[in-house]
Write a protein that binds this ligand. Structure first.
Ligand code: C2E
Ligand code: CA
Ligand code: CA
Length: 657
């Protein structure tokens, strides 16, 4: 089985939304990555710079201890303390000797050497340089041993450090002990390295830039996703809307029905209905297709009112509606159906409308709405075309019949090519001399897997689907061939009749068509008889009369088959000039009607004789029947009393005329 309709709709929806959602996700991912990289790089750079600054500063402070000794200790301590006061970044200074004994500390602390980072390099400052802090603490000069200013930029830097009154927001604070070896001592400087917002301006610009871009994209994608979702909703609505009624369509019916059965079937019994207006096509022919469509629309509105909560209904096609109704028992269901039919009849009060309803009683666990509906439809199909309100329930036999029809239709063309259809002949015996007076060709299907199939199992199907036209042509041709062979062999020929289904009488050139087939084998037309049923009379009478006339003129014998079966009309005998009347076997069946039946037969035989027709009695099984018919001077008898139909070869052998 292929993908279900619902799955297809789901796919359709998914395919439309997912690219946008994915796009949005990717954009956020890419920009976040850029942002993280930019922030990291710029933060690393800032930290690096700050650390360099700190180490420079620490080195400069440490240098003050180069000349530290008892004679100038106090002086240096004072200078260092004043530095600490001035420089925000320096919080404390501790000095230890080479044996790690405390020498001096600005705040009494001596951190362990492990906690401290060592600064073994003196970036930009050599041993010979000195840091001089101006009296007003506004300036620090770095001078070489000759007292010359070395680095103006350093001056500027220090100036800005001294004037560090900025209100910058600190975003990180690094507390770091840096150790600078000075002579035999280790000078440890506690650095407060603050990272201000200002320091990561680049990163901020980057964050804001990325943020804005992401924002724009997010908004764009959100808008596009929302509009897509709206359009998907709209499309979905269209997918589930019936354009004729404006209500639920078939897909919606399937979807809702399945949901309902999934939830409700445990507590509630459901019946699937196929409801259709009878003779809807005739209505459209009489009043126009537009009126027909308006009628369907009105039906929909009525049905919608009739449908209760937890039931579903939708227009299927033409005049058909599918209904999934809750019911308690079949009597209640039928009452409900009658009520629905009455409600539908209010649409056109001046006209009586009839409905055919096929019902399938849903069994627990069944959810395949299309299958259930198909069952309801099959039930309705079995009702035929009458003008009546009728309800039919689906049963398994109907399904088997449908499955069989499918098989027959699948196999028929192949069967014709492979000559699976075989001609059987049933003799017609003359009553006067008890000799062969004719035969009827009857088809048998020898199916490769099904075996022998009698005609009543496939002829009605072929009559419905039109394949009977090909089969009858085939049978006619086979008989013409057989007669030609027998003629060539010098046998005495008797007329063999073939059945011509009523479906042929739509073609005006039927007589010519039959001639063409028979003439291929150059057999005299008189040895071919064509059996048609009275029912053909009710189709195109003109074509029938014309064809019969042409066939008889061409020398064929024409017989009326099954006379007396179904709706016989003596009128057809009046209008139709034919050669042979075949009295149906029904006249001879049933004990109670026997006497009346035989009376009619004798009258019919009498009438036929007066009309100059030959009489063949069909389905004759008993000696008494044969005797009666002989007495009535019936011309030929066909029936099991003499012989069942048999293969051509067997027939040829048995009636080696
Ligand atoms: P039908 O044309 O009325 O054929 C007579 C049927 O009665 C045949 O059934 C035959 O076997 C049967 N029959 C003959 N004698 C007796 C009897 O004594 N007792 C009983 N119970 N039955 C008897 P069959 O061959 O099964 O054919 C059934 C129907 O199928 C035919 O009825 C005919 O309408 C149709 N059919 C058969 N072959 C063809 C064909 O090639 N073309 C068309 N269009 N219809 C065919
Ligand atoms: Ca027949
Ligand atoms: Ca017959």
């Amino acid at each position: 089985m292929g993908v279900s309709k619902e799955q297809r709709i789901k796919e359709l929806k998914k395919k439309r939304i997912w690219p946008s959602v994915l796009g949005l996700f990717l954009i956020i991912l890419i920009f976040s990555a850029i942002m993280i990289v930019a922030v990291t790089v710029s933060a690393l750079d800032v930290v690096d710079r700050k650390l360099t600054d700190s180490s420079n500063m620490s080195v400069k402070i440490a240098k003050l201890f180069e000349a530290y000794g008892s004679e100038n200790g106090k002086e240096i301590e004072k200078t260092v303390l004043s530095h600490i006061n001035i420089l925000d970044e320096i919080e404390a200074v501790s000095v230890i000797d080479e044996d790690e004994n405390p020498v001096w500390s600005s705040n009494g602390e001596y951190p362990s050497l492990e906690d401290a980072a060592k600064v073994d390099y003196l970036p930009g400052i050599t041993k010979n340089m000195e840091v001089i802090v101006a009296e007003d603490k506004a300036q620090v000069f770095i001078v070489d041993e000759r007292g010359l200013n070395v680095d103006d930029s350093a001056v500027v830097n220090f100036k800005s450090l001294f004037n560090n009154e900025s209100d910058d927001v600190t975003i990180a604070l690094l507390k770091l002990w840096l150790v600078v070896p000075v002579n035999d001592m280790k000078v440890m400087v506690l650095n407060n390295t603050s990272i201000y917002v200002q320091d990561i301006q680049m990163a901020l610009v980057c964050i804001i830039g990325c943020g804005l871009t992401i924002g724009v994209f997010v908004i764009y994608y959100l808008i596009s996703i929302i509009s897509m979702a709206l359009s998907v909703r709209k499309t979905t609505k269209i997918i589930y809307t019936d354009m004729l009624t404006g209500g639920d369509n078939w897909l919606a019916f399937i979807k809702k029905g399945r949901k309902l059965l999934k939830k409700g079937i445990v507590q509630q019994k459901y019946a699937m209905l196929h409801l259709e207006m009878r003779k809807y096509r005739s209505f459209c022919t009489c009043f126009g297709v537009n009126r027909g469509q308006e009628l369907i629309e009105a039906f929909y509105a009525v049905l919608k009112k009739e449908i209760k909560n937890k039931e579903v209904m939708a227009h299927q096609e033409n005049s058909a509606f599918g209904l999934l109704l809750a019911y308690t028992d079949t009597a209640q269901l039928e009452a409900r159906i009658h009520q629905i039919e009455s409600a539908l009849n209010t649409v056109l009060p001046a006209m009586k409308m009839y409905f055919g309803v096929g019902v399938y009683l849903v069994q627990p666990g069944e959810r395949d709405i299309e299958q259930l509906y198909n069952n309801a439809m099959i039930a309705c199909e079995m009702l035929g075309e009458e003008s009546e309100n009728k309800i039919a329930y689906f049963d398994v036999e109907m399904n088997n019949q449908k499955i069989w029809e499918r098989k027959v239709e699948d196999d028929m063309e192949r069967a014709l090519v492979n000559k699976e259809f075989q001609v059987y002949l049933q003799p017609k015996i003359s009553t006067s001399e008890e000799v062969l007076g004719g035969a009827e060709a009857l088809v048998r299907w020898i199916h490769p897997t099904e075996g022998f199939i009698p005609p009543n199992r496939f002829i009605p199907i072929f009559e419905k689907n039109g394949f009977i036209l090909k089969l009858d042509d085939y049978m006619l041709e086979e008989i013409a061939k057989v007669q030609a062979e027998w003629l060539a062999e010098g046998r005495k020929l008797v007329p063999i009749s073939v059945n011509v289904s009523r479906a042929h009488f739509t073609r005006e050139d039927l007589a010519e068509h039959i001639c063409t087939i028979v003439d291929k084998y150059e057999v005299p037309h008189s040895v071919i008889e064509l059996e048609l049923t009275e029912s053909a009379f009710f189709d195109d009478k003109k074509v029938l009369l014309n064809t019969v006339q042409k066939l008889r003129a061409a020398g064929f014998q024409v017989s009326m088959d099954d006379f007396g079966a179904g709706y016989s009309s003596l009128n057809s005998l009046k209008e139709l000039q034919i050669d042979v009347l075949k009295i149906d076997a029904d006249f001879f069946r049933g004990a109670d009607v026997e006497e009346r039946g035989l009376l009619i037969v004798s009258e019919v035989i009498d009438l036929a004789k007066k009309l100059d027709m030959k009489i063949v009695a069909e389905g004759i099984e008993s000696k008494e029947q044969v005797e009666f018919l002989t007495e009535q001077e019936c011309d030929l008898i066909q029936g099991y009393f003499y012989s069942k139909p048999m293969p051509v070869a067997e027939f040829a052998q048995k009636y080696n005329t």
